[in-house]
Design a protein around this ligand. Structure first.
Ligand SMILES: [Mg+2]
Length: 382
């Protein structure tokens, strides 16, 4: 079997872009993948076009060797743009291999260890009352792992960390009192805080309030997280931006993170994700995968989650206040959640397909993520 073409489709899906990568072969089997690194889709599509030059003619059933070739084929190895492109191609190669053997992808990863993938939902906190009401809606419909986002204290793109962390702490403490000790509760700060701010937030959490704190600070410096670690005992969930096992290594080996927020579409696809999962297993760290993209990312992550022993919860885009309808026009075949579970599919490959003609009709549109500023006008993190 040989690769005959690789086509990236960055498509506008109504509020942002999603990139679908199709790898074609000479045996009428094709595979689908999706890259992370969203909001800079054209850069990733450009890398895919470079990789296409030497991947055409290769046997798609050697993803580990092709991973090495993609990683080592340039002097400036690594980085999030390159590994996002590699991730999409690697996922598509597994889809091809599994389809060619007539098995679901998880079989190629060692088989399945669980029948369904438990998921967590996300709750906004516009007010304490709304947060509690939203969490109750989720709990009543069977969700027992809830992550909230940070509190907004200003309209638009203004973000004041001290105000936000104070209000977030107040509302989370009230939520824990309201829902009792059973449900798992976390918060994501989208790396908006400094070490001092994150410590102040954690110190406002009575013991037992919070089960995990997701990415309070940026990840470039593991030592910064080690410093924060000395100031709090709240478990950390870090890693959604990591683009290789090497980026995970210090966080796992030094006990900095307690959950691996691995993103299959950023880290390097199945080839790299299985290695990270193994590294995490040696430190009794469970995966809590990041899943913010489309149905291809979700399906691929479900197969990974099925195959690893060390797994906590999969992020699933569920909101208590709005119905997020699946796009069956663009993805006529996709996995569906049943409440807080996604059952592991037995169809060959990933179990996802897309409408290529429709993808061609939904061209990429430029879109910018928010560019937050503090009240004084200075830039801060999105
Ligand atoms: Mg996050």
């Amino acid at each position: 079997m040989k690769i005959t073409d690789i086509k990236p489709y960055p498509v506008w899906i109504g509020h942002r872009n999603q990139t679908i990568v199709k790898v074609e072969t000479d045996e009428e089997i094709y595979g689908l993948g999706e890259p992370g690194f969203s909001s800079r889709e054209l850069a990733v599509a450009g890398v895919i076009k470079h990789f296409r030059e030497f991947l055409i003619g290769c046997d798609p059933r050697n993803p580990a060797a092709l991973w090495q070739e993609m990683y080592r084929s340039h002097y400036f190895e690594g980085g999030r743009v390159l590994t996002a492109a590699m991730s999409a191609i690697d996922i598509a190669l597994y889809d091809i291999m599994a389809k060619s053997l007539g098995v679901p992808v998880y079989q190629l990863l060692g088989g399945k260890q669980r029948d369904f993938i438990p998921c967590f939902a996300t709750c906004e906190m516009p007010s304490t009352e709304a947060l509690i009401a939203n969490a109750r809606l989720l709990l009543d419909s069977g969700w027992n792992v809830i992550r909230s986002n940070w509190a907004h204290t200003h309209e638009g793109d203004v973000y004041e960390p001290r105000e936000s962390l104070a209000l977030s702490a107040e509302r989370l403490v009230a939520l824990r009192e309201a829902i009792g000790s059973g449900p798992v509760l976390g918060i994501d700060f989208h790396h908006r805080l400094s070490v001092a701010e994150a410590a102040s937030f954690c110190q406002r959490m009575p013991s037992g309030t919070l089960d995990f704190l997701e990415e309070p600070i940026r990840d470039e410096t593991p030592e910064a997280y080690e410093s924060l670690r000395t100031m709090t005992d709240v478990p950390f969930a870090i890693g959604e931006e990591f683009a290789s096992k090497w980026q995970f290594a210090p966080y796992i080996e030094r006990g900095i993170t307690n959950f691996a927020r691995l993103d299959l579409c950023n880290v390097g696809g199945f080839t790299e994700a299985m290695k990270v999962a193994g590294m995490a297993e040696t430190h009794y760290i469970d995966l809590m995968p990041h899943n913010p993209l489309g149905p291809i990312c979700t399906a691929a992550t479900v197969h990974l989650a099925a195959a690893v022993p060390n797994f906590a919860w999969l992020e699933h885009r569920v909101s208590p206040t709005e119905t997020l309808e699946p796009n069956f026009d663009l993805y006529p075949q996709q996995l569906q959640a049943e409440g807080s579970r996604i059952y592991v599919p037995d169809t060959p490959g990933l179990g996802v397909d897309f409408n290529e003609e429709l993808a061609k009709e939904k061209p990429f549109e430029f879109w910018e993520a928010p560019h937050p500023r503090r009240l004084d006008g200075s830039r801060t993190n999105w």
